[in-house]
Design a protein around this ligand. Sequence first.
Ligand code: HEC
Ligand code: HEC
Ligand code: HEC
Ligand code: HEC
Ligand code: HEC
Ligand code: HEC
Ligand code: HEC
Ligand code: HEC
Ligand code: HEC
Length: 458
Amino acid sequence: MFYRLREKGLILTGIIALFLGLTAITAHAADAELGKEDKACLSCHDKEGLSKTLESGEQLSLQISTKAYEASMHLGTSCEDCHSDLDAKTHGKEKKSIKSKREFSTSMRESCRTCHKKKFIEYDDSVHAALIKEGSKKAPMCSDCHNPHTVRSAKILQPIDQVPCAKCHEEIFKAYAKDVHGQERIAKGISAPLCAGCHQAHAVKAASLGTGVKDACLACHKNAVEKHQDWLPNTARHFEAISCPACHAPDAQRRVNLRLYDGVAKKQVSEKTGVPQFERLTDAADSKDMGLDERALWSLLKDFNRDGVDSKTVLRGRLEVRSGVEAHQLSEKSKAIKDCNTCHKEGAAPFQSVTLTIAGPDGRPLRHGIQKEVLSSLTSMESVRGFYAIGSTRIKLLDTLLVMVVLGAICVPLGHMTVKRMFKSVREKLEAERAAARTEAANPSAPSAKSPSDDATK
Ligand code: HEC
Ligand code: HEC
Ligand code: HEC
Ligand code: HEC
Ligand code: HEC
Ligand code: HEC
Ligand code: HEC
Ligand code: HEC
Ligand code: HEC
């Protein structure tokens, strides 16, 4: 056919070539066509309204559009490559019972593995796969994000609301679509990240775990560190201690998150599957649900340190936004938080809400409230390991020094350095004193053999 058309003239050839060129990019139509068996399947299955009722009462549509299949990346793949378990003799004649849509998807789950091993391995290591292992009925499998019969190339730009993440993370999607990246994406196309640009598509990890998301930001915004250094002293420290949205989503509510951190293995402590230690210990230590106080926190840390000489559990503080939606309300740079007083002022709002987290078995944080006074108490300073935003609490000596640092930062960079060094040595001294005080204070009540509830409830 192609040959005959070419005889009709160059222009037509041009058009055809262009057409084929386009479809080759989008559909591989040039080098594949439907096999005989596939056509046979479709002779029954491309019928409007073909569906079946599942045991759950759900309707499963059985219609497969030939046109969409031909336009899909799987045109060269035969139905039976994935549906190898159908019995040709009885299929379509006898009713087969299927429990639910989810059950059916699960039964088909492995079918992608043979041809997409790499993606499968990445996916297996994701928070979504972990959720499924825990029994989640809602976390996605391959076919929740890719319809195997209509899948198009990932390179095709679709309207952003077609991103598969949107249907399950609806509220986050709505926030994202209005923020700097969503708006940029709508206006200009691919340069700004969609969900997978910050979270990955397959190896999606719990967002607050590790530094994956932050690294993604910095990989695109290569000059971000320099740009902040112009005005923000010790930028590296601030970037470690503050999540990017905590400054870039200016209307968000912020809080302090104290994360359990293994100082030896150098990573966040995670709850072992099947041994839900965290909830048991925190609930016991906080029976009135008022938030853990200083002593309870202290004895909890001891409990975590008890098993295993190697582990050294400490707390790593971080300032972050309070909800997933707020993490996706990034605005343009002129609106970002620049005022040092937002954080470095006594009673600063972000320090009024404090939580303690451990990474759950799937990586998502398990939380427990902490009384905010913990941050300004000298004895807990050691366990809070340096997370102390000067000025935000009641420790006056440090506050005074902050004022000098801030002045230094604005007026005399040289002076600033000196004050910073001074600040550091005073801080180290304070910490040493505190450590001593703490050992004294903690020893008499050494609670190692007692259950945490005994000594922690006030
Ligand atoms: C003669 C018509 C016909 C042909 C040909 C046919 N199907 Fe079906 N198919 C049906 C009907 C009818 C059902 C619903 C059966 C039921 O209600 O249990 C069905 C159900 C299905 C289901 C849902 C799961 C299940 O087992 O009920 C899948 C998947 C499926 N067909 C795939 C295929 C594939 C792949 C081919 C080609 C190899 C094919 N079908 C060929 C008629 C057909
Ligand atoms: C790349 C693998 C793959 C190929 C190729 C494939 N299917 Fe499927 N099919 C699946 C998976 C996976 C499901 C389950 C989808 C889900 O989880 O809802 C499915 C589901 C179905 C269903 C049930 C309705 C639905 O959409 O869930 C029918 C009918 C079906 N396929 C028919 C076909 C026919 C006919 C062909 C060939 C023209 C074909 N399939 C090719 C993987 C494939
Ligand atoms: C028999 C082999 C085979 C199986 C099984 C298979 N695929 Fe594919 N898949 C392919 C081929 C071939 C392509 C086209 C790849 C290309 O040309 O880059 C493809 C392409 C894709 C693409 C688009 C890639 C892109 O470039 O954007 C996605 C997404 C995809 N497959 C998902 C799935 C899912 C989900 C399943 C399981 C339901 C599955 N595949 C099962 C062979 C297979
Ligand atoms: C949570 C949604 C989600 C799940 C689950 C998912 N994918 Fe994807 N996949 C995506 C997105 C989004 C893309 C777009 C490409 C990107 O941004 O990396 C993609 C891209 C792809 C591609 C093309 C990638 C490329 O680099 O050309 C293939 C192939 C693919 N997925 C296969 C699979 C297979 C197989 C599974 C199951 C193991 C799977 N996907 C599970 C969302 C998902
Ligand atoms: C510009 C990068 C970026 C993009 C694009 C992005 N996210 Fe996020 N996402 C983040 C950050 C940052 C966090 C908070 C991480 C933290 O706690 O440090 C987050 C957190 C999350 C969380 C965890 C929320 C919670 O309850 O703690 C989910 C779920 C999520 N994102 C899904 C999505 C989805 C779905 C999209 C697309 C609509 C998306 N993200 C787009 C950066 C991004
Ligand atoms: C089929 C539904 C579904 C789809 C599609 C889906 N997710 Fe999820 N996802 C979930 C569920 C359920 C959870 C666990 C509950 C929660 O945290 O929201 C989850 C959890 C997450 C988390 C961990 C949340 C945390 O606290 O850190 C991130 C990050 C995430 N998803 C990102 C994505 C991204 C990115 C995509 C698209 C590439 C996507 N999801 C697509 C259902 C889905
Ligand atoms: C302490 C608050 C704060 C933190 C934390 C912070 N930023 Fe900023 N950022 C700002 C402010 C304020 C500006 C605008 C500076 C100005 O006026 O030029 C800005 C500017 C930017 C810009 C625009 C740079 C330019 O001028 O081109 C980018 C991109 C950016 N930040 C990314 C990030 C990333 C990524 C992170 C996390 C690693 C982060 N920021 C953490 C406050 C912060
Ligand atoms: C895939 C690349 C990419 C990733 C990943 C990414 N951004 Fe962006 N970002 C862009 C682009 C493109 C723009 C719009 C153009 C511009 O202003 O630089 C933008 C704009 C911004 C702006 C507005 C800058 C201004 O001039 O007003 C801020 C702030 C910002 N991003 C912060 C972040 C943060 C925080 C993260 C991580 C949570 C992140 N970005 C991740 C590409 C990215
Ligand atoms: C969004 C909150 C926030 C803003 C805005 C902020 N900081 Fe900080 N800053 C912190 C936190 C939290 C720490 C504690 C870091 C730690 O102890 O790990 C800190 C630490 C510091 C330190 C001590 C760093 C060190 O070497 O240990 C100095 C100095 C400082 N900030 C100065 C400033 C100045 C000057 C500004 C304004 C230009 C500013 N900060 C803006 C939250 C903030």
